[in-house]
Design a protein around this ligand. Structure first.
Ligand code: SF4
Ligand code: SF4
Length: 701
């Protein structure tokens, strides 16, 4: 305590800090009261996973290191600041921290802490210089130069700098038995003592000490209104993160008479969505990753999250700081007014709601685990189900799904047209079931064809190629044929939960009749919906993507690709396959099993893939804002110089085919887009290994 007694008016320091702490708690309490007005969210399940997430994403900050420079800078500031608060805490607790840490092991713990604090203090100051340089001089596009950001950096720098300086002045003036351990403060203090008289050293000590206490107190009062509140909220955001599969949209009860359909206002969001808003660091990683933003559309996931936070803060204006004092809002607003304000056209423009391809790149990029997609689909649900406000071109596909069970508006009787001309019969589950349930049980898999492969001419060839592989491998399989309807993915992502639930219920009932061991599909959207979302209807299937199934057949030796294909090829990862479901190795395994094939990776691949532009129901919407997303992805594919583009998704296939056809200066001429099943089927020996003729086109025109 002795070194604290050397500070003039020292006893006022804890008082000032305590007053700031009370204001901090009151402001945080006001945030929580707005959270309480929002919808509930379950966050107590799977405690181990939650704790792991909190450690990995909040303590170790692993996602920050995907961008190593800024990641290191952030870690230095974060960890330096945390460790240095030990010294700050000591200043406002009458030296209690020092006494406690100096007590065990004969004072060694405190001595070991001193050099760590000194060196971290220096690294924080250097990191802050770098952060200021980035914001003011380098100015990467994703960062916004805000007064708040600069204020916080200067406050952190002020706390750390003044704390180091006060130690230097104190040691320079009075010495310290542990001075040798303060590896920065002691040499600095020696220099100061050699050039300054004792009175000035005293003054410097008092001034820098009080600067630390004043800045920390101001920081506490300012923090709840700053984006840097993430220092506090990030760990809770990780702890309470969504643990359902990334591709599973929240369930919705269409029967609840009093319920609001979807999200219209702040009050309709779950409290975890509001926590997301208060956790956003405005780093812009989501903006950088967003294909809609990259192609000049008004959608910006970063400003949407910032907008939600601003709306929540706005709603707080009508909430009293002290709970038992009634609000006297000068602007005449009440909390209820703020909570009832519509989100669309406030936090996010109407057009931007429809620009989203639900690719999940924003969610993948966000270092603090913010979920953007669920919020955007929530807004769509409200626009569609309550306001009937959606792009006019969606009417046809929604009606087609409702009436015909597919967005193409084709009759169910045409579902097996793709099998015409095959040299072998494609069995239906109904036909197999006529021989009894044992015959159905004997099937190795049920091939879920999907609407694209059933009705789109280009994708019919993929279905033919895939059953050719199944037939060549001697797999016992069946299809649903006329009993299959759309999985409902497009309807759900368009916001039409009513049509989705109608389709999903019918499919779950149909599948329940056959109880297939394994469902295989070539469509990542069906794969995601059947595997991750039908659980909300009580279903529990093993759903496998066709690339995984083909890779399995190859590894088991049931498929033997022999015909060489001496092309270079780049593989485009579908968002719903790679990012949402982590299937990345299997399609590549299939391609690399083909003799002579050279695989070239695009810069954006795997979980970092760039959308083709067709997800989120955008396959059925006009793209008249900015440039086309498929054109940008095609440009990235052409940059590899590969002879062909492979994919494992029917939507991606169509978008890339169109992108190649429309590529400027004929750069896409002679380059084909193909599904992995087509490439595999083309490589099978004549007869496919079982004596049957292969009916697959070797090279699509
Ligand atoms: S899901 Fe994709 S398109 Fe939608 S906001 Fe996120 S990054 Fe942008
Ligand atoms: S939402 Fe996440 S990625 Fe986007 S700006 Fe905020 S913290 Fe960064």
């Amino acid at each position: 305590m002795s070194f604290l007694e050397q500070v003039p008016l020292y006893p006022l320091a804890p008082v000032l800090f305590a007053a700031a702490a009370v204001l901090f708690v009151l402001q945080m309490g006001r945030h929580l009261r707005v959270f309480a007005a929002a919808q509930p969210a379950l966050v107590t399940d799977q405690p181990e996973s939650r704790l792991r997430a909190a450690f990995v994403h909040s303590i170790a900050q692993v996602r920050m290191f995907r961008d190593p420079g800024p990641g290191l800078m952030h870690a230095a500031i974060f960890w330096g600041f945390i460790i240095l608060t030990i010294g700050t805490a000591d200043r406002v607790t009458f030296g209690l921290v020092h006494s406690v840490l100096a007590w065990p092991f004969d004072g060694w713990l405190w001595r070991l802490l001193l050099p760590v604090q000194n060196l971290l203090g220096l690294s924080v100051l250097l990191a802050i210089c770098y952060a200021l340089l980035r914001r003011v001089v380098i100015r990467p596009r994703r960062l916004t130069l805000s007064r708040d950001g600069l204020t916080i950096l200067l406050l952190i720098g002020g706390v750390v700098g003044s704390e180091l300086l006060s130690e230097a002045f104190r040691i320079g003036r009075h010495g310290d038995p542990d001075a040798a351990w303060s590896v920065i403060a002691t040499p600095l203090g020696t220099v100061l003592a050699s050039v300054l008289p004792p009175a000035v050293l005293d003054l410097g000590y008092a001034f820098s000490f009080w600067s630390t206490v004043a800045i920390v107190s101001f920081f506490l009062v300012y923090l709840p209104r700053s984006k840097h509140l993430h220092i506090v909220t990030a760990i809770f955001n990780a702890l309470f993160r969504k643990l359902e599969p990334r591709g599973e949209l929240p369930a919705m009860d269409l029967e609840a008479a009093t319920a609001r359909f979807g999200v219209k206002t702040i009050e309709d969001l779950r409290w975890k969505d509001l926590l997301d808003g208060f956790t956003c660091t405005e780093c812009g990683r989501c903006q950088d990753a967003c294909p809609a933003w990259a192609t000049g559309k008004p959608l910006n996931p970063k400003t949407m999250i910032m907008g939600l936070r601003e709306m929540a803060v706005e709603a707080e204006q009508g909430v009293p700081l002290v709970p038992w004092i009634r609000p006297s809002d000068a602007a005449g607003r009440s909390a209820a007014d703020g909570l009832a304000a519509p989100i669309v056209d406030a936090a996010i423009p109407y057009d931007a709601v429809w620009d989203c391809v639900t690719c999940g790149a924003c969610v993948e990029a966000c270092p603090v685990l913010i979920e953007h997609v669920d919020k955007i689909v929530g807004l769509r649900r409200n626009l569609v189900l309550e306001e009937s406000r959606f792009p006019s071109e969606l009417t046809a596909s929604m009606n087609a799904m409702e009436r015909y069970g597919n967005p193409w508006g084709q009759p169910a009787t045409a579902r097996l047209d793709w099998t015409r001309g095959l040299a072998f019969e494609v069995p239906t589950a109904a036909a197999v079931a006529e021989s009894g349930q044992d015959a159905v049980n004997d099937l190795e898999c049920l091939y879920w064809v999907g609407c694209a492969a059933a009705f789109d001419d280009r994708n019919k060839r993929v279905a033919r190629a895939f059953v050719t592989c199944l037939d060549a491998a001697g797999v016992r399989y069946a299809v649903l044929g006329q009993e299959e309807t759309c999985s409902g993915d497009p309807a759900r992502r368009m916001g039409n939960e009513y049509v989705y639930q109608m389709l999903a219920t019918a499919n779950v009932e149909t599948l329940g009749r056959y109880r297939p061991k394994t469902i295989v599909t070539a469509c990542p959207h069906c794969f995601n919906t059947l595997g991750n979302e039908y659980g909300q209807f009580g279903a529990d299937y093993e759903v496998v993507h066709h690339s995984t199934y083909l890779a399995r057949l190859v590894s088991e030796g049931r498929l033997r690709p022999e015909k060489a294909d001496a092309r270079s090829l780049t593989y485009h990862d579908s968002c719903y396959l790679s990012r949402y479901n982590r299937v990345m190795a299997d399609p590549r395994t299939v391609l690399q099993a083909v003799p002579g094939m050279e695989l070239r990776e695009m810069e954006k691949s795997g979980t970092n893939t760039f959308c083709c532009g067709a997800g989120g129901g955008r396959m059925w919407m006009e793209e008249d804002r900015g440039t086309r997303i498929n054109a940008e992805r095609t440009r990235q594919a052409l940059e590899t110089g590969a002879d062909a583009v492979a994919t494992a998704c029917p939507f991606c296939l169509v978008m890339l085919r169109d992108g190649l056809a429309d590529a400027p200066d004929g750069r896409g001429d002679g380059i084909v887009a193909q599904d992995v099943a087509e490439i595999m089927a083309a490589s099978l020996p004549p007869g496919g290994g079982n004596g049957r003729a292969l009916p697959v086109l070797q090279r699509p025109p």
